[in-house]
Design a protein around this ligand. Structure first.
Ligand SMILES: Cc1ncc(COP(=O)(O)O)c(C=O)c1O
Length: 454
């Protein structure tokens, strides 16, 4: 029988803390009847966020087109929903049970390119868009292509979303850390980037790309124009590709900040010699359709022969999930003013985003008021990443495990995302319902006081 000795070291060494040992322990405790509050992962609909009616109505008609022939269909579905379902059915003529072309339905990629143009006032082309099973798959394609030798390095922020460290491990490359500045609202400094690439060079690492997560996970920081310009110039100077993970672009709660895409700044600067891979997803924002596995990758400044290799890579997995492609179409093509479903759609959308904003404040302010916990209010994304004081010899993993055992609150230790040595953190999502967020604050406050006073 197969043993661990037969398993690739790359698999053995890969870590993915958001579903790591603490989460497995939480699942065990739940099976034994303990009530768990799941603050470990940004999975909105598992935490009672309702799907948008508009999306599910259209999806149901597209999945089961016979419904359109029902004599009551006009009474059940708004007219624009029926019209859009008919359009989708006409443009996906083999239905959702057939493989699509490798890059994904052309009408969906067309809609994505129009969405980018409208968002950023720049040109975008359907042929530069790859529909993917979530942003994770887009990241996997790009890194699979870029990590060619064991010495190839990829710069990632610390703290980071562990998809990136895990993929670099799996693909046998080198992780090159750059530290975000906690004391400066987790912004990114040129000095830190320069230091990181210099250290990598000294170790003989050939750094090929930089990953930027904006808005940040787990930090919630939103990059400003100047910061993005600086990163693009840095990438150009060091001959790096940029992987811009922009899955939280709709999740901004600070009225002073706004999302600016790397594609937009690159076009404004007329930069044509830095390759850019931008990722987006239907899992976050106000859709929260994580289980549908829908996302896209947009490429810029990629020579045709390299793009052909990316297409080959995409085609090896045939295509992304077809229903997910439809969800993505609806994400970039929401109802317009005047459509029958517009009012309900807008009400549901703003309900979700306003509640997220309230919860971001509730959780961060609540935790920040606890002695020994310092928690910034996140400007974006779905998480808080508080810094915690711990007794000597205790680690953040010990802390999170004890917190889980004694309160049922499941959070992820900061070490799963990376943190400045000598500091401890945990990451908690503020997705649970508001009454649960209040409980989370009370439970953590009580626990933290006892834990640090032993
Ligand atoms: C920064 C970031 N990128 C990518 C993903 C994965 O998204 P998807 O569900 O689209 O694969 C997540 C999920 O939490 C994330 O936080």
């Amino acid at each position: 029988m197969l043993g661990l000795k037969d398993v690739s070291n790359r698999v053995l060494e890969a870590r993915y803390a958001v579903r790591g040992p603490i989460v497995r322990r939480a699942q065990e405790l739940q099976k034994r009847g303990k009530e768990i509050i799941w603050c470990n992962i940004g999975n909105p609909q598992a935490l009672k966020q309702e799907p948008l009616t508009y999306i599910r109505q259209i999806l149901s008609l597209v999945e089961y087109p016979d419904l359109l022939n029902d004599k009551h269909v006009d009474e059940i579905f708004p007219s624009d929903v029926i019209e859009k379902a008919r359009f989708i059915i006409a443009h996906s003529k083999h239905g959702l049970g057939a493989y699509t072309v490798s890059q994904g339905f052309e009408f969906v990629r067309d809609a994505v390119s129009k969405f980018i143009t409208k968002r950023d006032d720049i040109t975008a082309r359907a042929e530069d868009i790859y529909l993917t099973d979530g942003a994770s798959q887009g990241a996997q394609f790009v890194l699979s292509m870029l990590i060619a030798n064991p010495n190839d390095g990829v710069m990632i922020p610390i703290p980071q979303y562990p998809l990136y460290s895990a993929l670099i491990s799996l693909l046998g490359g080198k992780q090159v850390n750059y530290f975000l500045d906690e004391d400066n609202d987790w912004q990114l400094s040129q000095a830190s980037l320069e230091q990181s690439i210099k250290d990598a060079k000294q170790k003989g690492i050939n750094t090929k790309a930089i990953v930027v997560i904006n808005p940040g996970n787990p930090t919630g920081a939103v990059l400003d124009h100047e910061n993005i310009e600086m990163i693009i110039e840095f990438a150009r100077e060091h001959n790096l590709s940029i992987i811009a993970d922009e899955v939280y672009q709709e999740n901004i709660y600070d009225n002073e900040k706004k999302f600016i895409s790397f594609a937009k700044v690159m076009c404004e600067l007329d930069v044509r010699d830095v390759s850019l891979f931008s990722l987006h997803s239907a899992s976050k924002g106000y859709l929260g359709e994580c289980g549908q596995r829908a996302g896209y990758l947009e490429v810029r400044n990629i020579p045709t022969n390299v793009n052909n290799e990316l297409l080959k890579l995409r085609s090896i997995g045939l295509c992304s999930n077809a229903a997910g492609q439809i969800i993505l179409y609806l994400m970039v093509n929401p109802p317009k003013k005047g459509d029958e479903s517009y009012e309900l759609f807008t009400k549901e959308k703003s309900g979700i985003l306003n509640s997220l904003k309230r919860k971001a404040h509730l959780l961060s302010k609540g935790l920040d008021s606890v002695d020994g916990i310092e928690c910034k209010t996140p400007s974006g994304a779905m998480y808080v990443f508080p810094r915690i004081d711990l007794p000597d010899k205790k680690t953040d993993s010990d802390y999170c495990l004890s917190l889980l055992e004694s309160t049922g609150v499941c959070v992820v230790p900061g070490s799963g995302f990376g943190q400045l040595p000598g500091t401890w953190h945990f990451r908690a999502t503020f997705l649970p319902p508001e009454d649960q967020i209040k409980q989370v604050v009370e439970k953590i406050e009580d626990f933290h006081t006892k834990y640090t006073n032993v």
